[in-house]
Design a binder for this molecule. Structure first.
Ligand SMILES: Cc1ncc(COP(=O)(O)O)c(C=O)c1O
Length: 457
């Protein structure tokens, strides 16, 4: 057996909350506020002070135990401190940690595993480059690779996108206030509309057609304004943008435009990939083979920083050192990544994510609260969009739901340009019983917030 079954890898009394943040938690929060950067953001949303974590559960410094329905924002796909992964981590950490890009068994094993599981025709025909450890680094590598191979510089991206916090990644990110202080970033980036499945004024096919028409015009219209395009950059499901799950035909349409114009299609699987959606890659749901795939987050197994850019071998035109980075050889992270892949397969977690995700969405739809305008996602990548009766985004309701859940020991997160999407991305090792316990609280929270709003209307 590859590690213990998913039922056995959690603290068994979650959720279990008393006073929180308790005295130790308050002390650390105060210390953090005094000395840490103003850029710290997560504790502003929920004052969680983690001390230990197992599977889909987190214990805080005062002994409260939470059910984790966001997994470090999609990092801990096989759960916190998964024992099968940790066994290899301990062994490897005592032996060899850093190798730049000298060969090591863990490095080559992971490359082989990624190559074998790469989406569509990339499987068996791909190369993997490790640069820096973050998702943003993988995006930078993808931008460089696209430019290097095409000789172009224009980048096509999408409204609502999030690709990271470095300059290149911010350039193709939609969020204006996030990047505005640093403008100008990369020149020549054009943003097309991302087709939203929840567009009340038009059917989904129309949203797809409109988006594809825009992309084709940006690339092909002689008066589009974008010279010399280098590639199309897209999230197969927009994560930060609000778990926006595009209708059928969108990715396939982008593939066609990219092929017609000899452009690489770059699919950013940093949040959606590595089993999150119930397939190895979200693009697998749409039967589309990208030219370049970026991955990070869950790649380091149990939270080690590791990213990679997987690309068709025909694009492997770089010479030695043409893409570099000191941390391109974190052997412990690579070993952890391989073990996580093995654990996912041995425990059939792709099917589990598909089944449990469908169950989670069904329960959210059953709440039958007018506030919840749309429930969407694939596998255990779940979004519920909250809207007011007049159609405006109900961000305050999502905030209230998050707080209500936190106070009852269930951790949920938010997304969307207006913060009005409740985002669930639990570890794939979440059991059905845990999911139901969490959903009892989440559904109760939605009912509670709905009733409160009714009372003040
Ligand atoms: C789709 C996507 N791309 C890129 C990134 C950037 O990754 P990182 O924060 O590791 O730089 C993120 C982070 O949330 C992401 O969701």
């Amino acid at each position: 057996m590859v590690g213990p079954p998913i039922e056995d890898i959690h603290f068994d009394d979650a959720p279990h909350v008393g006073e929180f943040p308790g005295p130790k938690g308050r002390d650390l929060l105060e210390r953090q506020e005094a000395i840490d950067s103003n850029a710290v953001a997560y504790p502003d949303h929920i004052p969680l002070v983690p001390d230990a974590a197992k599977g889909a559960t987190i214990k805080d410094v005062d002994g409260n135990v939470f059910l984790d329905m966001f997994a470090g924002i999609g990092v801990l796909n096989v759960g916190h401190a998964n024992p099968y992964v940790m066994e290899a981590v301990h062994e490897q950490a005592d032996k060899l940690v850093h190798t730049v890009d000298f060969p090591s068994e863990p490095r080559l094993d992971l490359i082989e595993k990624l190559e074998a599981r790469a989406p569509g025709d990339l499987a068996g025909n791909s190369k993997v480059v490790f640069g820096g450890p973050t998702g943003s680094d993988a995006i930078e590598a993808a931008i460089k690779l696209a430019k290097y191979n095409t000789g172009g510089h224009g980048l096509i991206a999408f409204r609502g996108s999030y690709h990271g916090a470095t300059s290149g990644a911010m350039s193709i990110t939609g969020k204006k206030d996030f990047k505005e202080p640093y403008a100008p970033l990369l020149g020549d980036v054009e943003f097309a509309p991302y087709p939203h499945p929840y567009a009340q004024d038009r059917p989904p096919e129309e949203a797809v057609a409109r988006s594809l028409e825009e992309v084709r015009a940006i690339v092909e219209d002689p008066y589009s304004g974008l010279t010399n395009p280098a590639g199309i950059f897209v999230e197969p499901i927009q994560g930060e943008g609000g778990v926006v799950t595009p209708p059928e035909g969108f990715l396939a349409g982008l593939r066609e435009i990219a092929d017609d114009n000899d452009l690489p299609l770059v699919v950013d699987e940093i949040q959606a990939g590595l089993g999150r959606t119930g397939q190895w890659w979200a693009s697998d749901h749409y039967d589309v083979t990208p030219d370049i795939v970026t991955t990070a987050k869950a790649l380091g197994g149990v939270g080690f920083p590791l990213s990679a850019t997987i690309y068709h071998e025909d694009l492997d035109t770089w010479g030695p050192g043409d893409h570099a980075g000191t941390y391109r050889g974190h052997v412990v992270a690579m070993r952890a990544g391989s073990r996580a892949i093995e654990y996912i397969e041995a425990h059939d977690l792709l099917a589990h994510a598909r089944d449990l995700g469908a169950h989670v969405r069904e329960r959210l739809r059953d709440v039958n609260a007018p506030l919840v305008g749309d429930v969407r996602g694939k596998g255990l990548f779940v979004g519920a969009e909250f809207t007011n009766p007049d159609g405006t985004p109900a961000a305050d309701a999502v905030k209230a739901v998050q707080r209500y859940c936190y106070e009852r020991g269930v951790l949920v997160w938010k997304a969307g340009p207006h913060g009005n999407v409740l985002r669930l991305l639990p570890p794939l090792v979440l059991t059905e019983a845990q999911a139901d316990t969490a959903l009892d609280v989440i559904c109760e929270a939605i009912d509670h917030v709905t009733a409160e709003r009714g009372a003040t209307a």
